[in-house]
Design a protein around this ligand. Structure first.
Ligand code: OSB
Ligand code: MG
Length: 402
């Protein structure tokens, strides 16, 4: 058989068939409020999807937030589009009609690779689509006895972890919180910034970390072109990068900032897929990329973004969206790929949750201090605690079958 025939990824009779799709809405309390330039959250409202196939089940987590502030997507909208359009389309197709993309990332997971083409008739809604693709991928890999890490091409058994630190009520509370994370072993600190909460907290945390501590900032689009001089003055603090200071659509101002400062500019919100990543890099708007699979419509596109950035020698790191263990497990597997050269927002379960929905992720010790172990059991490698799905339910589950 030629390589080409092997990678032609139309679903085969050996691929599982989708029988039913369930939507589960949960609310999980956060161990502490998380504040960003766009809002403050005390509870994670999440949508989980379970895909039932003739070869077993898979779970996926939708990363949309409670409100459409970080992105246009939000959890009620995601649940609605899954229920009304996406799940019915997958159940109708059952992985047998839409041809999957013919690339090496699709090879070996024909059913998961058929999800994006089947759902392409719906514009946008990448986080909703990504949750379904993740669930299908989990089911398909479990049926093959393969882990996500193995299927993605993970090259590390452990990944370096950073932590995203919200805007604090006072500088003192910020320093207390950061001190706690350093004691836990986190290898990199990311500070959320906004106008009025930038130079002073960054200077204070740099002082706390010392010159060698890895530090970066994330503005979640809170600045405008008028702020370029202020943002360029962050060069004094030796930051790894400045993440998404300007609007999602505004590559031009990011390129201007990149010209005006030494600190690398990193895009998050603006990067929707491999094509937008390459375009932003070519325009000089980003020299590091935050990869969040949900924002890109799923792990298969996230892998393509990784591959495209690697080919251009652009470092990437794995972002986070307050995932429970379901999404966290898959992110950790992704972060084990060779292009992920910076610590991710792949923190321990305890960063956000007293109790996780799966077996908890805990930072390692000794040589693995500040790292998480990449799961190696089939699929995500973690088991959803269905008792907690029921206990934390904020709405009755919705089940759709063919
Ligand atoms: O911009 O990276 C972001 C959380 C929600 C929405 C957007 C972002 C974030 C984070 C937290 O920074 C990342 C995490 O710890 O999961
Ligand atoms: Mg960000």
């Amino acid at each position: 058989m030629t390589g080409q025939a092997q990678t032609h990824a139309a679903p085969t009779s050996s691929a599982p068939r989708i029988e039913a799709i369930e939507l589960h809405r949960i609310e999980v309390p956060l161990v502490r409020a998380f504040e960003t330039s766009f809002g403050r959250e005390t509870v994670r409202e999440a949508l989980l999807v379970r895909v039932r196939t003739d070869a077993g089940d898979g779970w996926g987590e939708c990363v949309a937030g409670r409100d459409p502030f970080y992105s246009a997507e939000y959890v009620d909208g995601a649940a609605s589009v899954v229920e009304r359009y996406l799940a019915p389309a997958l159940l109708d197709a059952r992985g047998t009609t839409a041809p999957a993309r013919d690339d090496f990332r699709s090879a070996g997971v024909p059913l998961a690779a058929s999800v994006a083409p089947t759902l392409a008739f719906v514009a946008g809604h990448r986080m909703a689509k990504g949750a379904l693709e993740a669930a299908v991928l989990d089911a398909e890999l479990r049926s093959q006895g393969r882990s996500m890490g193995e299927s993605f091409g993970a090259e590390r058994g452990w990944v370096d972890c950073g932590v995203s630190v919200g805007i604090a009520p006072t500088l003192e509370e910020l320093l207390d919180e950061v001190t706690g994370y350093l004691e836990e072993g986190y290898r990199r600190i990311k500070l959320k910034i906004k106008p009025g909460w930038d130079l002073v907290p960054v200077a204070a945390v740099r002082e706390l970390l010392g010159p060698d501590g890895l530090l970066q900032v994330d503005a979640n689009t809170a600045y405008t072109a008028d702020d370029i001089p202020l943002l360029a003055s962050l060069d004094a603090f030796g930051l790894l990068l400045i993440e998404q200071p300007f609007a999602e659509e505004d590559l031009a101002t990011h390129a201007l900032l990149a010209q005006a400062c030494e600190t690398p500019v990193c895009l998050d919100e603006s990067i929707l897929d491999a094509a937008t990543a390459v375009d932003a890099i070519e325009r000089g708007a980003t020299s590091v990329v935050n990869i969040k699979p949900g924002r890109m419509g799923g792990y298969l596109e996230a892998l393509r973004v990784h591959d495209a950035c690697r080919a251009l020698d652009v470092p990437v790191w794995c972002g986070g969206m307050l995932e429970t263990g379901v999404g966290r497990a898959a992110n950790v597997a992704l972060a084990a790929l060779p292009g992920f050269v910076l610590p991710g927002d792949t923190s321990a379960s305890s960063r956000y949750y007293a109790d996780d929905l799966t077996e908890p992720f805990a930072l390692g010790t000794g040589e693995h201090r500040g790292q998480l172990r990449v799961p190696d059991a089939p699929g995500t490698g973690v088991t959803v605690r269905e008792d907690l799905v029921r206990e934390w339910a904020s709405a009755a589950p919705v089940a759709l079958a063919r």
